[in-house]
Design a protein around this ligand. Structure first.
Ligand SMILES: Cc1ncc(COP(=O)(O)O)c(C=O)c1O
Length: 446
């Protein structure tokens, strides 16, 4: 049992929370559900957050992933302000900025023959499924246990299933993440273990005539699970041979790891792919892209109804174009990857030196600490490790870092994000704080 006492004064946030929860269930309409050390943000700029009590934090939550440049990035905000002044905020009518953005996406994303814009990631995935069902005439959707594809009834399935209901690891049950999901949806969802090509092969071959699409995150970021070498390529080949569209969920990985997403960086050939988050550094936009034969099923020409009041609005489109311009500048991603290596390398050095049973891992600008010596390769590994004390150690680590002015989401200590506004000094401070945590609690962490 690791006991880390909170040393910060969060009293104003606490009082605010006590009042705010009278008005919305979680004390904030957008609360992300973390209970430990909740604070209200007063301001975000660069890589810093300031809370109601005046505490300052180095931020590694990145607004749940979208922030890739930094908070309130002046050059981007200026482009948005010009668009507001010269074009307008919302027209719900064709305009040239959204078309310019579709052209740009075709240039940089391998499968983006055509694109449709939405607002949230959840929207895009629902459309991807609708198009896949329309095109193939089949009903079942394949997803991987632990993967997150938004909150819709159709896809909020087996993201965090309790193992008492999740079934055998090689043939997981489809378990609803939420109340209110109709049994018919579960019956039409096939859940597979991530990183297990043999099981995927057996199931896809057997059920291919009923499967509308396979959806996969190239990295299961919510649980920080990386693909084994060959897994995504094998899945792509399998989908090809079974004639099932492969939908790559790049809501987090897109624009974070490469302009064209991991699809481009790792050479994965998707039939459709969805993007959001870092696509506009926090401005609200998402995109479903893919081969023309799928995207053209959307209305008005196709039978798959497509709508959304704010889809492709001028502000979001301009924000995305400007973000992409900045991300495309020389050395942008090289620096981000270097920062990631520096951070993971520094923390792993401390782990080895102090003999701690943990590993800092991730890819590119994502990083996190897993309190076991081997990173997870599927959802069950994450659960076993959490149950063996990892969840408690992770929460203690997040609080310790908070005491040192570093914000890592307490419920997701393995899912942290770097972005361009972080400096090498911030990284050194973070390595030093993590090292102090390991040293102070070494006996409980070995
Ligand atoms: C991989 C992935 N897909 C889809 C979504 C849903 O996106 P949104 O929250 O914008 O609806 C998320 C959100 O975190 C995500 O991480």
């Amino acid at each position: 049992m690791i006991n880390v006492e909170l040393k910060l004064d969060l009293s104003r946030s606490k009082a605010y929370f006590d009042e705010a929860r009278n008005y919305s269930p979680q004390g904030a309409p957008d609360a992300k559900g973390w209970k430990q050390d909740l604070f209200y943000i007063e301001r975000a700029k660069g890589n810093r957050l300031w809370d109601l009590d005046g505490n300052e934090y180095i931020d590694y939550n990145a607004g749940a992933g979208p922030i890739i440049l930094g908070h309130s990035y002046d050059e981007l905000d200026e482009a948005v302000i010009q668009t507001i002044r010269n074009v307008g905020v919302q027209v719900a009518h064709p305009h040239t900025i959204e078309v310019d953005l579709t052209k740009k996406l075709r240039e940089i994303i391998p499968c983006a023959e055509q694109t449709a814009f939405c607002n949230a990631g959840t929207d895009t995935l629902q459309y991807a499924v609708r198009m896949a069902r329309t095109y193939t005439g089949r009903s079942k959707v394949v997803k991987f246990e632990g993967g997150y594809h938004g909150w819709s009834d159709g896809l909020a399935i087996s993201t965090n299933p309790d193992l008492s209901t999740a079934g055998p690891s090689s043939r997981p049950n489809a378990v609803a993440d939420t109340a209110g999901v109709l049994p018919a949806i579960l019956e039409n969802t096939i859940v597979l273990p991530y990183n297990d090509l043999d099981t995927a092969s057996e199931r896809l071959e057997r059920e291919k005539n009923n499967i509308a699409c396979v959806i996969v995150e190239p990295i299961i970021q919510g649980h920080a699970i990386l693909p084994k070498p060959g897994f995504l390529e094998g899945l792509q080949d399998l989908c090809n041979s079974c004639d099932i569209p492969l939908v790559l969920d790049e809501i987090i990985t897109g624009f974070r790891h490469d302009l064209g997403g991991l699809q481009s960086k790792w050479g994965i050939k998707a039939d459709m792919a969805v993007y959001g988050k870092s696509m506009a550094n926090g401005y609200v936009i998402s995109a479903v892209t893919g081969k023309e034969k799928y995207i053209s099923t959307l209305s008005p020409d196709g039978p798959a109804f497509f709508s959304g009041t704010y889809n492709g609005n001028p502000v979001s489109s301009a924000a995305s174009l400007k973000t992409i311009e900045i991300l495309g500048r020389d050395g942008f991603y090289e620096r981000l990857y270097k920062l990631g290596d520096l951070l993971r390398g520094g923390i792993n050095q401390a782990i080895r030196r102090l003999g701690i049973n943990a590993v800092c891992y991730g890819y590119g600008s994502t990083w996190g600490i897993f309190f076991d010596s081997t990173p997870p390769s599927n959802y069950r590994d994450v659960v076993f490790q959490n149950e063996a004390g990892g969840a408690e150690k992770g929460a203690a680590y997040a609080r310790y870092m908070l005491n040192h002015g570093i914000f890592i989401q307490p419920s997701r200590p393995a899912r942290a994000f770097l972005y361009a506004a972080h400096s090498e000094d911030d990284i050194q401070h973070t390595i030093d704080a993590a090292t102090a945590f390991f040293a102070d609690h070494a006996s409980a962490l070995k």
